[in-house]
Structures are given as C-alpha cells and as structure tokens.
Design a protein around this ligand. Structure first.
Ligand SMILES: [Zn+2]
Ligand SMILES: [Zn+2]
Length: 246
C-alpha cells in the first residue's frame, strides 16, 4: 500500500519527502509550512535537526504544559499537607485542653461540699475505726461551734502522707451541701477567739490548679509590695484588691 501525505492525502515517497520523527507520518515538503532552507535541512541525509508534525508538536507542548501543571499542583499539595497537619495538631490540642477544663470544673464542684480542717489533734485510740469515730465527733463539735445549724453524720477522714513530726494530718470533711461549706468558711474566723479551737484552721477543699493560682496571686501581691492591697475571694475567685477601710 502506497504511503499517503498526511496533509493532502496524495501518494508520497517517504524516501524523498519529510517524515515525522515522533509518529512517523509522511508529508510532502511542499505541503509543509517549512521554508526552503528548513526543508533542505530536514531532508539532508545526515540531518541534525528533528522534525515533528503539527499534531506531535501540539502533543509535546501539551505534555510540557501538563508537566508544569503537575509540578505546580504538587507544590500546592505540599503546602496543603503542612496546613492539614498543623490543623490536626491544633485540634487534638484543643480537644485535650477542653477535656482538662471540663475535668477541672467537675473536680471543683465535687470539692465544693468539702472543707479541710487543719490542726485537729490525733485521737489517742489505737483502734483505727475508734479513732475515726473520735475524729468525726471532734469535727462535728468544731463546725457546730461555727454555725447555728446542727451538724451530724459528717464524713471526716485524715488526708495526706503520714507525718514524722507528730503533727496531726489535715482532716477532710464532706458536708451535705455547698451552702453548708460556704457558711462554715465564712465563720471560720470565729476559731481565732475560741477557747478550745484557736489552734485550728479551716480552708476550702481546693484543686491543685486553684492552689497554684492562689500561690501565683500571693507571689504577685508580694512583688507589688503595697501594704494597702490584699487577696479576697470575690464570687469564689481570689483577687488582689485594696484592703477595705474599717
Ligand atoms: Zn502533500
Ligand atoms: Zn507526528
């Protein structure tokens, strides 16, 4: 079957005419849009330049464009990947922080019905359950002295590590309501003047985070060195405020 020119469809002799180096189709040099000098170069026996038909040239350009596009996309993907990994890190950190806050709130609520009594003498009883009963009755008397409400069935237990210096360990007291705890804490200054309990102290049952915050405030107060300032609880939150003038 004779070879046809890809442009005019007439017979063509591949030996004498131009062949595409990529797809191998043949075209008359007269059908091509090459200049005479270009045709001579392409037809030379030991030609150094390559010839590509229009279709192959277009495909080659498209391929080049495609490669450029892919390179650009690849760079974009790298940037997106970095952003996604950063977002994932942030999200997991946020979730962790939220969980911590929720836990802290729950822990504060749980402790809000408690008070801590410091300096309550250790019972002489050898029996553990008897000394617990003694602690309970002592605590009941102490908080009974601070509020007019009768207190019974308070749950009291020693907390903290056993002490080597013989000082009594603090006693955690679990009350029935937050209001009970608040009213006792409000009246705790009465202990100072009490003939039996003036060595005792009572504090709120704070979480480690609350204690840390209070310590930070105390450091800040110390740094300010202003004798007219003090720390006071406002809506249950400690704040540095001016001392009220009596
Ligand atoms: Zn032709
Ligand atoms: Zn071609």
């Amino acid at each position: 079957m004779p070879t046809k020119c890809a442009l005019c469809s007439n017979n063509v002799n591949p030996e004498k005419e131009i062949t595409c180096d990529t797809c191998g189709i043949c075209i008359h040099s007269t059908c091509s849009d090459l200049s005479r000098a270009e045709v001579q170069c392409v037809l030379a026996k030991d030609r150094h330049i390559s010839f590509n038909c229009k279709t192959c040239k277009k495909k080659s350009t498209e391929l080049t464009n495609l490669v450029t596009t892919i390179e650009a996309l690849r760079k974009e993907i790298e940037v997106l990947k970095d952003q996604v990994s950063l977002n994932t890190q942030n999200n997991s950190r946020n979730i962790y922080e939220k969980e911590e806050i929720v836990n802290e709130i729950a822990e504060r609520q749980r402790r809000a019905t408690n008070i801590i009594v410091f300096g309550l003498p250790v019972s002489e009883a050898d029996d553990v359950s008897q000394s617990k009963v003694n602690d309970n009755s002592k605590v009941t008397k102490v908080i009974g002295a601070l509020a007019s409400v009768p207190y019974d069935n308070v749950k009291a237990f020693r907390i903290g590590r056993p002490r080597t210096d013989n000082k009594p360990r603090p006693v955690k007291v679990v009350l029935k309501s937050v209001n009970e705890a608040i009213s006792i804490l409000k009246n705790k200054h009465k202990l100072r003047d009490h003939h039996l309990y003036n060595n005792l102290n009572i504090a709120a049952d704070q979480t480690p985070m609350q204690r840390e915050y209070l310590n930070t405030l105390r450091d800040e107060l110390l740094k300010k060195g202003d004798p007219n300032l003090t720390i006071r609880y406002i809506n249950n939150i400690p704040k540095i405020v001016p001392k009220s003038k009596n």
